[in-house]
Write a protein that binds this ligand. Structure first.
Ligand code: ZN
Length: 74
């Protein structure tokens, strides 16, 4: 599967694992909390809808999503 409109670095979430509210960007993709509305865009689902995480969970999503490209050589 290829997503030609993929924004570099943006995480694609599997919509099957998300609730309707999460897919619509109205609930945190991690904890599902709807209020306050999750403020941090952490990625999107294939097809375009942005998904959000609350401030507490956003760093964890970004860390988990980012491939570890740490180089030992310096
Ligand atoms: Zn959360």
């Amino acid at each position: 599967m290829t997503f030609h409109d993929e924004t570099p670095g943006e995480v694609l979430f599997d919509p099957d694992g998300l609730t309707a509210a999460q897919r619509a960007g109205r609930a945190c993709v991690v904890c599902g909390k709807r209020w306050p509305a999750p403020p941090v865009r952490v990625g999107r689902i294939p097809g375009g809808e942005a998904v959000y995480a609350c401030a507490d969970d956003a760093p964890a999503v970004e860390q988990a999503a980012r491939p570890v490209t740490r180089s030992a050589a310096t």
